[in-house]
Design a protein around this ligand. Sequence first.
Ligand code: CTP
Length: 401
Amino acid sequence: MSDLSNKKILLGITGGIAAYKSAELVRLLIKAGAEVRVVMTPAAQEFVQPLTYQALSGHRVYVDLFDAEAESAMDHIELARWCDLLLVAPATADFLGKMNAGYADNLLLTLCLACKQPVAVAPAMNQQMYANASTQQNLAQLAAKNVLLWGPAEGEQACGDVGQGRMLEAVQLLQEVERHFSPGRLAGLRLLLTAGPTREAIDPVRYISNRSSGKMGYAIADAARRQGASVTLVSGPVALPAPQGVKLVNVESAQQMYDAVMQEAEASDVFIACAAVSDYRVDQAAEHKMKKSADTVSLQLVLNADILAAVSALEKRPFCVGFAAETRDVEKYALGKLQQKNLDMIAANLVGEGGQGFESDFNQLEVFWPDGRQAVGPASKTEVAKQLIDLVAERYTCARS
Ligand code: CTP
């Protein structure tokens, strides 16, 4: 992990019991080389005394918007300009709501509005408050405004409840800060990715599709973004929130996915085809809803263009990674596709068995490239995505050097 020397962190503390963990966070950040200034809301001071953070950070703690003495040392606009990152930890439901609405009735809220540098929040609240639609809406809207959301974690809460809403541990927040400042293995690269299923219309209300949930593709998009890539995700219809910091292009049919990918492919460095593209479409989708009449009905299906093969055949082609979802003979089919589609890598997985693959949160891959192979997982799709992106970064560097 990178060290944080020369990094200036403004740590905002709001009124939650997790404020005690932020004392440890100050210590860890300073140990990693960062310079830390602390700002507290009035409610935060009900939980921990400013003196605690002052002793740990070695600087006065900012608490009051109208503190003339503090303003003369460094006014609030200057403080917002000073930092490389503003991290609010813990961020209570109340604070997140006000922040999303653009309130500025305490010093920390004012700083959030005045700060041009990245702002991150570490939510901390009761699990029911976290699950509440208002909180979820506030978080989604903050994410859409490029506020980084770190956590929350799941577990036992101070109130005795168990669930999601705990603030990440200090050490995990330190890792997030370090990751934020490290350029990443894919820094400067443009990564294009397909995910989810496609829908092929039969008539205006019916379609042919498959069981892909998009979870693997979305996890890969997130892992690639965390490694510094600028990511474009072309996604079929899924029930997943848009990943943070990623350009999302929503499509339905294989043809729409093809068009969206082709627009970006030549300008991309890496292409990962994770979507479960429908191989066939209905030849002539009915213009109006089909009525039941005959006992049997036949649909004439025609082959869709293979998006991955088309990208790989481009003259100015990106590094191409395919997926092979198989129900048997994984290695044979995967190696066949690697060769036929002229790919740089293929990630093969067995679907339809043992709770892995489609719809599951877990996965296990066998990744092949022309002169090697590596097993990834079994693990959560988040972990599998991380390891796959590491492997892509490694192979990309080898292929381009
Ligand atoms: N793929 C694609 N466009 C298609 C079909 C597949 O980009 N029209 C991509 C998938 O995203 C995946 C890879 O090709 O990365 C393999 O897809 P898969 O359906 O497993 O293989 P097919 O080549 O379609 O062969 P088959 O269905 O016979 O297994």
